[in-house]
Design a protein around this ligand. Structure first.
Ligand SMILES: [Zn+2]
Length: 87
């Protein structure tokens, strides 16, 4: 399983704009998704960690993973939308 950017090719990780998950709550909050052992793992970026503590973390990390599967994660280099390649 790989994360593929149409411009950069395979990328180590992708970023999900928090606004995709909850527009008003997560303005300027970014999540990082990466593939670990053929699964997508998500975490919130360090700069938003404290803010994120007050939310249902499990729920929103799951939503971030879902967003990545749906092709809503972006390349950290060029911000194109990244596809999940299941091969
Ligand atoms: Zn890219």
């Amino acid at each position: 399983m790989k994360l593929i950017c149409p411009d950069c090719g395979q990328v180590d990780y992708a970023i999900v704009n928090g606004e995709v998950l909850a527009e008003s709550l997560f303005e300027d909050v970014w999540f990082e998704v990466r593939i670990t052992k053929d699964k997508i793992e998500a975490k919130v970026r360090d700069d938003a960690k404290d803010y994120f503590e007050t939310f249902n973390k499990k729920h929103f990390l799951k939503e971030a993973r879902k967003a990545a599967y749906k092709g809503e994660a972006q390349c950290p280099h060029c911000f194109e939308f990244v596809k999940v390649n299941f091969q």
